[in-house]
Design a protein around this ligand. Structure first.
Ligand SMILES: Cc1cc2nc3c(=O)[nH]c(=O)nc-3n(C[C@H](O)[C@H](O)[C@H](O)COP(=O)(O)OP(=O)(O)OC[C@H]3O[C@@H](n4cnc5c(N)ncnc54)[C@H](O)[C@@H]3O)c2cc1C
Length: 391
């Protein structure tokens, strides 16, 4: 079997490493996987850790093309089987999402519901009166006159997923996890770190924003002769900030989107009365902590949803860069010895199962794998063609 390097153990890198570690050839030999990340195994420095974990294809439809909405819908249906292969539990639900707006912002709400009804008649949008809202999400009926329910949308506990994947990978002795190891350069068949250059049968680059030309130059600046062939000049950072709170007085089980003229705000419910409010979207690669302005905006929006959020305790404030290409679409690139999966922007979890299947398909084109895991289904050809970017 093959000796494979995966660079980046965030969302895609972990998923790829896990699925490839389950594959084997006709003689039951497994791949040898070397997984590199500059971060510790808990992955706290990744966009994957910062994310809210919303899986809301129609909710996102104002900020992406219909094709990505279709991919998100397909991916949502793939998550349960994928998660079923993990031994540690991961909270996942697809019981629908709710969209609300304050009276002053009804224009945005109406634009959104009109857009969904006209563009996506299959979306099963239900417009809820105040009494219907009170049945579907009682906590919201106190402050909102109406709401829109999108059946089938959902969310995933991203921290649990990262931990579950880490446990599965650590339990597999064909995986060698090089944590806290910065990769200085990636090229076909090669990975360069401080300890030198290592050869592989295949390198899979899942560095997220770390593969942008600016980040890659910064990684390599100790040695200016290093050429990082995996660097993606068109990849840009889009800063996002979220705040996690513990609010025992609030009972919300569905993801909520608050229509607002300036911010795309949502709340992702987590276990034990924890809620993640997000997310700012700033065209910047700034890496500092959450700013006062962002915190004010996010927390005011949160408090405006339910008075119980006034007593909520702030647990965590996180910021990270979403990796995005100019058209905000993900890309899967492949050349002999090197596969690059990147550009998931604000849709990493939403699209991950489709991107994973695309990545596994590209691996299978380079390396013959007789047996793979249950959930590494082949990606629908139309999705594959649209994600695949010729190098
Ligand atoms: C605030 C915010 C909210 C979000 N909310 C959602 C959401 O609700 N739903 C959704 O679907 N998506 C969401 N996203 C998007 C999602 O998090 C990303 O699309 C996804 O994490 C990208 O996955 P990735 O594997 O490409 O990158 P990452 O998850 O960032 O992983 C990249 C990994 O590569 C490592 N790395 C980078 N450079 C190097 C190097 N030189 N050497 C070694 N290791 C390196 C990093 O340490 C990191 O672990 C959100 C993102 C942000 C920032």
């Amino acid at each position: 079997m093959a000796n494979i390097a995966i660079v980046g153990a965030g969302l895609l890198g972990r998923l790829m490493a896990w699925q490839l570690s389950l594959a084997c050839n006709e003689h039951n030999n497994a791949h040898q996987i070397s997984l590199y990340d500059q971060d510790a195994i808990d992955g706290q420095q990744s966009a994957a850790y910062t994310a809210a974990g919303l899986l809301t294809p129609y909710g996102e439809s104002l900020s992406c093309e219909p094709e990505l909405v279709a991919m998100g819908e397909a991916a949502l249906a793939m998550w349960p089987e994928l998660l079923g292969e993990l031994t540690s539990p991961v909270d996942f639900q697809a019981h629908g999402s709710i969209c609300v707006s304050h009276r002053a912002d009804q224009g945005d709400y109406e634009r959104f519901t009109r857009h969904i009804s006209l563009q996506y008649p299959q979306a099963q949008l239900q417009l809820l009166s105040k009494s219907e809202l009170a049945k579907q999400a009682p906590a919201l009926a106190e402050r909102f006159e109406n709401g829109a329910y999108l059946q089938g949308e959902g969310c995933i506990d991203n921290h649990q997923l990262l931990n579950a994947l880490a446990s599965a990978l650590k339990a597999n002795d064909t995986v060698n996890w090089h944590e806290q190891t910065q990769v200085l350069a990636v090229s076909p068949f090669q990975v360069r770190t401080d300890s030198g250059t290592k050869q592989f049968d295949l390198v899979i680059d899942c560095r997220g924003i770390g593969a942008s030309a600016i980040h890659s130059r910064a990684s390599a600046n100790a040695d200016t002769n290093i050429e990082d062939q995996g660097a993606l000049p068109m990849l840009r950072p889009v800063r996002g900030e979220v705040i996690r709170v513990y609010a025992p007085e609030v009972e919300l089980s569905l993801p909520v989107r608050l229509m607002h003229p300036r911010y795309k705000l949502y709340i992702a419910p987590k276990a034990n009365h924890e809620y993640v409010i997000g997310a700012t979207e700033i065209e910047s690669g700034a890496t500092g902590k959450v700013t006062v302005q962002s915190a004010l905006e996010l927390l005011s929006a949160l408090y405006s949803l339910h008075p119980g959020f006034a007593e909520a305790q702030i647990i965590e404030q996180l910021s990270h860069s979403r990796p995005a290409f100019a058209d905000n679409r993900p890309q899967a690139r492949s050349q002999s010895g090197l596969i690059q999966l990147n550009g998931l922007y604000r849709h990493g979890y939403l699209l991950a199962p489709v991107m994973l299947a695309t990545g596994l398909h590209l691996v299978a084109q380079q390396i013959n794998t007789a047996k793979s895991s249950k959930s590494s289904k082949s990606v629908p050809p139309a999705f594959f063609e649209s994600l695949y970017a010729d190098t």
